[in-house]
Design a protein around this ligand. Sequence first.
Ligand code: ADP
Length: 490
Amino acid sequence: MPRKLLKILFASSEVAPYAKTGGLGDVAGSLPKALAELGHDVRIVLPKYKQIAEGDYVTDYPVEMDHHLETGILRQTKLKGRNYQVPVYFIDNYKYFYRDGIYGFADEAERYNFFSKALLGMLPRIDFQPHLIHCNDWQTALIPLFLKTKYAEDPFYQRIATLFTIHNLQYQGVFNKKTLKLIGLGDEFFTLERLEFYGKINFMKAGLLYADIINTVSKKYALEIQTSEYGERLDGLLRKRAQDLYGILNGIDYEEFNPETDPYIYKNYNIETIDLKRENKYALQKETGLPVGDTPLIGIVTRLVEQKGLDLIGNIFGEIMDTGIQFILLGSGADSYQKLFAEFKIKYPQQAAINLGFNPELAKKIYAGVDMFLMPSRFEPCGLAQLISLRYGTIPIVRATGGLVDTVQDYDEKKGEGNGFSFKVYEPKALLEAIKRALTIYLEKPEQWRRLMVNGMKADYSWERSAGQYAQLYDKAIHKHLATLYRVVG
Ligand code: ADP
């Protein structure tokens, strides 16, 4: 019997290639395409930020805010997949989204409250009644709450189920109490069982409480966030919902990240022509001002935030340099880290290339050009950078946490198994030891190193498998939602 196909609305605050600050953007730009390949009617919706140039006008409509109306302007485009095109809706409003940058404004609560309301308001106007809305991170966490409260009796919305995906539990959208009124909720929501969170209100909590099913982006992180160490003060709630909490590993877009066809790297290659990877290294060294040659080259592409373990690197930077290797960083974020790495560049001009900024093209040149990729994260929900590295035959050196545990197996020299190097304890010494282990294999056992590269390139971290798992989870959420609904109604 053919599968019943689903109508899914994928709601995200960022979607590559239109707007991206990190992994969420990649996921939102690639998972819907993989779902469309499985035959589902999946559509994407995101805010129309100033930087997004495209989008044909569809309609505009009033959006009810606290005591006033705003205008939602709906625009549309299509995201090209392998065989299918995915409709993409942009919700436009000059006041909220016509600004430089995506996040970091004083009125974030209001912006994403508007986005969530405008998104729900859009559905009858485009005559799209999804079986499920897939919400992602705190920016879309109010949607399940609105559906279960304001829209609970509305025949158009009543049957719509929700899945809430945690891409990073650290960002929760915590605002002061008066935000409740802004969202249109009464004081009865200011309780521990509802949105109250240490004297404030927490958007993420709304998603975790009201979504039919919750998931996060790796099995390991799904377990970790139920502990006080990784739970970001929401572990109690997550433990309560453990029966509804799943882990599905992210994939990467195997067409976008493909060393054989990538237009941005210097020299294309595949498993058979893996030796050509070296030319990417030489060209990258040249472009970034490092001496050109066969010196081992370690790279990192990252948001410059505490999560990413940059303090570990900073702590042992001198010792890393003492090994004689070259180091290249591409990163944007906190000033303190920018300063730290800028100083290393001055101190080690022959060994350290520091590139500050957000630059997807240079990122790909780094994935293709370096020998090893560093990811000593304090925590990591899934991590895409290590998957991109593997795809480009670059060996990841990671801390064993979250999705890095599920995707990087520490190399066992005796058995010849593994696809990278990992260390457990969050300490500079442990990182240094892992780097040195990798360097020894790289310098002394080139045949083994080559096998590692091939293993990485052969591994399949495309979306195919995970997209199927999402479809199953959607089914589960829809069944659960309808069962509860009919129990209540009937
Ligand atoms: P996170 O989502 O926590 O930032 P991930 O590893 O899941 O981490 O995803 C990061 C994505 O963002 C990868 O595609 C990575 O290449 C990209 N990225 C991070 N920083 C930069 C940067 N400065 N320039 C270009 N791309 C970046």
